[in-house]
Ligand binder design. Structure first.
Ligand SMILES: Nc1nc2c(ncn2[C@@H]2O[C@H](COP(=O)(O)OP(=O)(O)OP(=O)(O)O)[C@@H](O)[C@H]2O)c(=O)[nH]1
Ligand SMILES: O=C([O-])CC(=O)C(=O)O
Ligand SMILES: [Mn+2]
Length: 582
C-alpha cells in the first residue's frame, strides 16, 4: 500500500499535468502565506481593500454577476446505480461524469497556479473529524478555506497519519454558466467542480464534502452529517444544553447560533454559546446520546439583514479580518448592505446606486474565522463534541406552521423533518419565495436517496439510545399585510427556553394531532409587546389546513417509493387519522 502522502503526491502530479498549470503551491495555512496571497489578489483586482481604519484587514470580492449562488440544477451525485442518488438528486453515470469533467479540466489552468489545500473538517484531534484536499486555481477559494476549515500543515499531518482523505478538484474555469458543473462521486470520496468561484460551489470543504460526501459516508459508518447549527444555551443554574437546528439556506441558522437573549434573560443569567452555524456531524456516544461537532472553523454568512439590531455578535466579528463578497460599499469604503444604517455609494458590482435594485446582492456573504465570534463556545475544540439535547427543524412558512411544536417521539420527529417545507431564498440560483419541500434542510445536500436517508435517521432509535427530543419552529409567519407576526432574532430565545424546559421536564404541552404545543402561559413573553390574539394565531392548529398539508406530505413522500420506510408512512397515517377524529 502506498502511503497517503505518496498517493496525494501522485494525484497532484497527475492533475498538474492534466490541467497544465504553471506552478503548484502547497498551502501551509500560515499567516505569511495568507498575506502573500492577499497581496497578489489586491494587485490583480480580485480583492479590494475596505476602509482600513474602520475595518482593518477586511477585503471585498466582487464575483462574476452570473456566479452569485449555489447552482442546484448543475449539481450532480454520481453513484454507480442511479437509484442510489434518489429523486432528490440530479444523477450522472460516474464514467460519463468523469469524462465530461476531465475534458473541461484539460489544459484549464495554463498560466495559473494550482493550490494544494489540505484541510480538516472538525477539531484536528477529534475522532469525528475528517480530512480532505482541495486542488484549486482560485486564491480567493484558498483565502476562504483558510478561514472556514483547519487548513494547512496540521491537516496534512493528520492525512499522513490517517491515510484517508476526500479529493476535491476545483477550477473557476471561464465562469461560463454553460460550462459549470459540481460533480460528486461519493463512492470514490471525490468531488470535481468547474466553472464557479462562489460559496458552496467552490469551497469544497463545505457543502460538497461536509454534507454531500459526508452524508453518504455517515450512513455507512453510523453517524449523521446535517445542515444544522449547534448552539449551547446556559440556564441561570449554570447548566448548558446543546441544540442542533436545521433550517434551509438563508432561513436563520447563523442568527440563531449567535442569538443574544432579550434583556430580562441576560439579567437572570441565561447565556448563549455558539458552536456552529451551518453544519453538524453527530454520532452516538457510549452513553447513548448524540454527540456533535461543527466541522467548520469559520462562518460564511448571509450579509443582508445582519445588523446591530438582528445580530450584534456578527457585527462585532465583522469589524476586522473578514472577506466580504458582493456587498455594497459606502462613500468611506466601508461594507454596506440592506438592513444597515447609512447610505451605500457603490453597489455589489461597483456601479452607482440605482433606484429599485438592491445595493448588496441578496446572497452577499461574509467569511470570518469563528475565533472572532464573541459568543464562541469554549467547547468548540472538544474532540468528542457536545451532547445534543434537542433537534429543531424549521423553515420559512408564511402560514399554517405554528411558532413551535414538539414531536411525540423520534419516529414522529423524523416525519416532521422529512416533511419540512420552506420558501426558496437567494442562497441558490432560481426563483425566490416559492414553497418547496426541503427535508431536514438537506434537499440540496443529501448525497444519497432520501428514502434511505430517512431509514438511516429512524435507525438511531434503538435500545440504549438516549435521543434528543425533536421540535419544529417557524419564525416566518406573516399577517395579511405581509408583515412578520413574530419578532424573531433575540426573541427566539423565548422559544428555546420553552424547548429546554420541555427537555428538563418542567412544563407540559397542549396535545394536538400534529404534536405538543406550548400552553400559552408557559412561553415567557415578558417585555414583549404582543397582543393576545397574535400569540393565539402563532400557536393555533388549523385542522383543515393541516389535513391538506398531511395529504400533500403523503404525495411528496410517495415520490420516493419504494424506498420510503413504512414507519414514516405509518406515522403520517396516524396523524391523518388524528386530524379526522379532531
Ligand atoms: N424575520 C426573521 N428573519 C430572520 C430571522 N433569523 C434570520 N433572519 C433573516 O434571514 C436571513 C438569513 O439568515 P441566516 O441566519 O444568515 O440564515 P442561514 O440559515 O444561516 O443561511 P445559510 O448560510 O444560507 O445556510 C437574514 O437576512 C436574516 O436577517 C428571524 O428570526 N426572523
Ligand atoms: O453553500 C453556500 O453557498 C452557502 C450556504 O451555507 C447555503 O447555501 O446553505
Ligand atoms: Mn447553509
Amino acid at each position: 500500500m502506498p502511503s497517503a502522502l505518496a498517493e496525494l503526491n501522485q494525484w497532484v502530479d497527475d492533475v498538474a499535468r492534466h490541467v497544465r498549470c504553471d506552478r503548484v503551491h502547497w498551502c501551509d495555512g500560515s499567516e505569511d502565506e495568507a498575506r502573500l496571497l492577499e497581496a497578489r489578489m489586491l494587485e490583480s483586482g480580485e480583492l479590494l481593500r475596505l476602509n482600513p481604519e474602520s475595518h482593518p484587514g477586511c477585503v471585498l470580492h466582487r464575483s462574476d454577476p452570473d456566479d452569485v449562488a449555489r447552482v442546484e440544477h448543475l449539481t450532480f451525485v454520481c453513484t454507480r446505480e442511479e437509484a442510489d442518488a434518489g429523486p432528490n438528486n440530479h444523477w450522472m453515470d460516474p464514467v460519463a461524469a468523469h469524462a465530461k469533467m476531465d475534458a473541461l479540466f484539460a489544459g484549464a489552468m495554463q498560466g495559473r497556479t494550482l493550490y494544494v489545500v489540505p484541510y480538516c473538517m472538525g477539531p484536528i484531534d477529534s475522532p469525528l473529524a475528517r480530512c480532505g484536499v482541495e486542488l484549486t486555481d482560485s486564491p480567493y477559494v484558498v483565502a476562504n478555506m483558510r478561514l472556514m476549515t483547519r487548513m494547512g500543515s496540521a491537516a496534512l499531518a493528520r492525512i499522513e497519519r490517517e491515510g484517508r482523505f476526500v479529493r476535491g478538484l476545483h477550477s473557476t474555469g471561464e465562469l461560463d454558466p454553460e460550462r459549470r458543473f459540481i460533480m460528486h462521486f461519493p463512492e470514490e470520496l471525490t468531488i470535481k467542480s468547474y466553472g464557479s468561484g462562489y460559496g458552496g460551489n467552490a469551497l469544497l470543504g463545505k457543502k460538497c464534502h461536509a454534507l454531500r460526501i459526508a452524508s453518504h459516508q455517515a450512513r455507512q459508518e453510523g453517524w449523521l452529517a446535517e445542515h444544522m447549527l449547534i448552539v449551547g444555551v446556559e440556564n441561570p443554574r449554570g447548566q448548558t444544553h446543546y441544540i442542533a437546528a436545521a433550517f434551509p439556506s438563508a432561513c436563520g441558522k447563523t442568527n440563531l447560533a449567535m442569538l443574544i437573549p432579550p434583556d430580562g434573560y441576560a439579567r437572570d443569567g441565561w447565556k448563549v454559546w455558539t458552536v456552529g452555524d451551518d453544519i453538524c456531524w453527530m454520532s452516538p456516544g457510549e452513553d447513548g446520546r448524540l454527540w456533535a461537532i461543527n466541522p467548520e472553523a469559520g462562518y460564511f454568512g448571509v450579509a443582508p439583514g445582519t445588523s446591530g439590531r438582528t445580530n450584534p455578535n456578527a457585527m462585532a466579528m465583522l469589524q476586522r479580518d473578514a472577506i466580504f463578497t458582493n456587498v455594497a460599499v459606502d462613500a468611506d469604503g466601508r461594507p454596506w448592505w440592506e438592513g444597515l444604517d447609512g447610505e451605500p455609494a457603490l453597489d455589489w458590482q461597483g456601479r452607482p446606486i440605482a433606484e429599485g435594485r438592491p445595493a448588496a446582492h441578496p446572497n452577499a456573504r461574509f467569511t470570518v474565522s469563528a475565533r472572532q465570534c464573541p459568543t464562541l463556545s469554549p467547547q468548540v475544540e472538544e474532540p468528542r463534541g457536545v451532547p445534543i439535547s434537542a433537534i429543531v427543524f424549521g423553515g420559512r412558512r408564511p402560514s399554517l406552521m405554528p411558532l413551535v411544536f414538539e414531536a411525540r417521539d423520534w419516529a414522529h420527529g423524523v416525519l416532521v423533518g422529512a416533511s419540512m417545507g420552506s420558501e426558496t431564498t437567494a442562497a441558490a440560483a432560481g426563483d425566490v419565495g416559492v414553497m418547496r419541500r426541503d427535508p431536514m434542510a438537506m434537499k440540496p445536500f443529501c448525497g444519497y436517496h432520501f428514502g434511505d436517508y430517512w431509514a438511516h435517521w429512524l435507525s438511531f432509535d434503538r435500545p440504549g439510545a438516549k435521543l434528543p427530543r425533536i421540535f419544529h419552529v417557524n419564525w416566518f409567519r406573516r399577517d395579511a399585510d405581509g408583515d412578520f407576526l413574530w419578532p424573531g432574532f433575540g426573541d427566539n430565545m423565548r422559544v428555546l427556553e420553552w424547548i429546554l424546559r420541555r427537555v428538563d421536564g418542567e412544563v407540559g404541552v397542549v396535545e394536538t394531532p400534529i404534536g405538543g404545543l406550548p400552553r400559552v402561559d408557559d412561553l415567557d413573553m415578558h417585555g414583549l409587546a404582543m397582543d393576545a390574539s397574535t400569540l393565539e394565531t402563532l400557536l393555533a392548529v388549523d385542522l383543515d389546513g393541516w389535513r391538506r398539508e398531511i395529504d400533500d406530505i403523503g404525495e411528496y413522500l410517495d415520490g420516493f417509493a419504494p424506498r420510503v420506510p413504512p414507519r414514516l408512512e405509518a406515522e403520517r397515517r396516524r396523524i391523518r387519522e388524528a386530524l379526522d377524529a379532531a
